[in-house]
Design a protein around this ligand. Sequence first.
Ligand code: UDX
Length: 477
Amino acid sequence: QVPRPGPKYACYPPHVLIWPLPALGHVNSMLKLAELLSHAGIKITFLNSEHYHERLVRHSSDVFSRYMNLPGFQFKTITDGLPKDHPQTVDNFHELLNSLASVTPPLLKDMLTDAKSPVHCIISDGLMSFAIDVAKQVGIPIIYFRTVSACAFWAYFCIPEIIDAGELPIKGNEDMDRLIKHVPGMEKFLRCRDLPSFCRAEDPMDMNLQLVVSETRSSVRADGLVLNTFEDLEGPVLSQIRAHCPKIYTIGPLNAHLKARIPENTHSSNSLWEVDRSCIAWLDNQPSKSVIFVSFGSVAVMQRDQLIEFWYGLVNSHKRFLWVIRPDLISGKDGENQIPKELDKATKERGYIAGWVPQEEVLGHKAVGGFLTHCGWNSTLESIVARMPMICWPSFADQQINSRFVDEVWKLGLDMKDLCDRKIVEKMVNELLVERRAAFMKSADRMANLAIKSVNEGGSSYCNLDHLINDIRMMSS
Ligand code: UDX
């Protein structure tokens, strides 16, 4: 048992160890949580993998120094146990988790039993159940943080029932529109194609699928669950989850919450790549709401022929476009993402290509009128806060279900799921920016107002963050 902080520590602020899964979308949003807690006077140790810490220091020294300047904030590093040249892609996600599970528990235990710096609470990524085992051994409360939407969490949670009912595996393409009946609350609209991408495995015992499911189910063993969402967005789904995990803190959208609590912080984006800001000057010269912004997040990859379909669709839409083409977006050889010759002139006239942009700033720019996104959860929330209608082209994990909710439930855009055709890209861009613009803007305004309300004083996310802070304080008293 770790020495419990008795009266001798009474003057110390509560100390929380925050431990994200080493992946950009996870590190990024848990850093935001860390900043909010630090602002409330909580001492933070942020445990980064050596790989991500090196990236943070090398590519984002400004983000790194901003955090280092927060009072009571420190970074610590821990190995992920993988060789330096391990690809760390979605397909071998289980290798990362298995490696973390085998090498980190003794290291974590040492850290937690260091009497010089007692930890009162762990907030770990909700995909790392081995952290719960260690926390229980040393007697420190542990709260889970999941980076995904509540709707994705709930679908993962229900997968054992879906499998038991024989609704998985999916039997080929012709089976994709079949409705799934065993995710309570989603019976009327959730199709096979909307389930998280891991469900597309031919074998329901697939390692990635089983791992995400068992990790999701482990949430019931944590002392609480923090979700980056808000009650007005996902209330009905949250009620379902609460039947299994009663202590849920919905504190999102985190980007808006940071701005509401710390108005002087103008940097809520924690980009871990070098940002190319030249696109802002280009946007400054475009008419209001004329540009479609295209970005597929930090991990998703596409084939060269898919890139070409998007390129033709964007050019043929005759709309202006700003497109993030990361150096590693295209799976293939060097140079394969060069502009097709026949599209060169139109791209120079109406388009702008960048490797990595300040996404939140772009979404808030007056020239941008729509977002073609992979529907990663951070991007979806950033789009909601920016009142930006979406075209969704999901790639993996939770993105398939997020995009269904964006279109069918929240009416915030169009789900292009599983299609990649220049004619459809062209049609949807025009629908979003012109033909159905008024209807989408109405829903986007409504949802953005609810999001902002939730993070302002008295709002649900604001109050829930206060509950979390109070609960952490109680743990240290
Ligand atoms: C992944 C999953 O896709 C996501 O669904 C899960 O919830 C977390 O892990 P990622 O694919 O990177 O994350 O997508 P997303 O969650 O949207 O995060 C991307 C982040 O990168 C966003 O915060 C976005 O603002 C930022 N970004 C993206 C930039 O700052 N600049 C860019 O050019 C592109």
